[in-house]
Design a protein around this ligand. Sequence first.
Ligand code: HMG
Length: 387
Amino acid sequence: MEIGIDQIGFFTPNKFVDMVDLAHARGEDPNKFLIGIGQDRMAVADQTQDAVSMGINATAEYLDQVDLDHLGLLIFATESGIDQSKSASLFVKEALGLPAKIRTFEIKEACFALTASLQVARDYVRAHPHHSAMIIGSDIARYGLSTPGEVTQGAGAISMLIKEDPAIIALEDGHTSYSENINDFWRPNNFQTALVDGHYSRDVYLDFFRHTFAPYLEEKGLEVKDFAGICYHLPYTKMGFKAHSIAIEGQDDAVKQRLSDNFQLSAKYSREVGNIYTASLYMSVLSLLEKGNLQPGDRVGFFSYGSGAMAEFFSGKIVEGYERRLRPAMHKRMLQERIRLGVGQYEETFTEAMQTLPENVEFTSDANRGTWYLAGQKGYVRQYRQK
Ligand code: HMG
């Protein structure tokens, strides 16, 4: 039975800050951000967008095409959780009117969590033929104003439907995993922003790539040339480019060219949005699907990395007619219609959105009609509404 990705929804908030503006404000050479880090713009979540509302929006994009009678599982992956106990998925379930009979929960392992959800969903579908699973990764990456990590922030969500006979990517059997208990990036309960040992995290990411990529090729009897493209977790695009450089080392020019072209295409959304933690890898997959020219049967590699740290490499094959399932025009419009914030406005918006919500508060949203947003809090319960 073939199992894989049948739908992909994508959401990012309606505001961004330009990297050249940010570089000028921080006294840096713009090329450090544009080339050294590899980012052009960074999505900014105001106080009306949190992990839940972004997850609802990403899922709403394809909900009308889901057979709800056969939906059995909903997993929400995030490291921007809004509650220490209750799963964010329950808010999504209510907002979108998903059936009461589904199994639903939230999971965490930094940016790896959406891959964990994908693998759990795959096993679920294998064990429950004719049933599907919905998985959501939604995050706001926050390091703080004027920190080295600031340029690698972002906000957004990806939602995917996993089922048999998928319309977009059929996952191949097998994976290679690698984990170690390390402290490269973490966020203690009393912190609103992440703590990070930036240069160490960069080294560990590459180390974990070496621990999973070559073993995967060996285990499956594959060569680098067997991949049409490889997608990476992109905390910022230069990070993925470093892993990509390891992958193509020693390959002939045609293979290098193909994988490099596809790497650049996979990084397009990330350059505009920034790090969205759990969903970053899958935003690169979507970018390659929508911006590239993949053919049915093409093999795409997935490198997933979550600080702490846990990594996995696996692959999938492009399904005939996959492009009919994609909505590139909608995503183009979502990015084009964003409001450009000056650095002062970004700082205000960022600071406001990090404040602890009082027991009762109401917000209005300037998002487009149809967008779900955080409308406030009543008795410490977050309230979500659609514009
Ligand atoms: P930094 O120390 O300010 O930057 O922070 P740098 O001095 O290392 O410079 C960055 C690059 O810009 C360098 O290139 C410079 O040479 C280049 P590299 O040596 O890396 O190839 N550069 C220039 N290039 C062109 N023109 C110029 C110029 N000047 C310098 N004028 C750092 C960078 C990434 C460390 C920081 O932003 C940070 O701490 N970010 C957050 C941590 C992070 O994203 N780590 C990635 C791996 S961990 C991960 O992926 C997991 C994560 O997503 C969390 C999760 O799992 O949940 C983060």
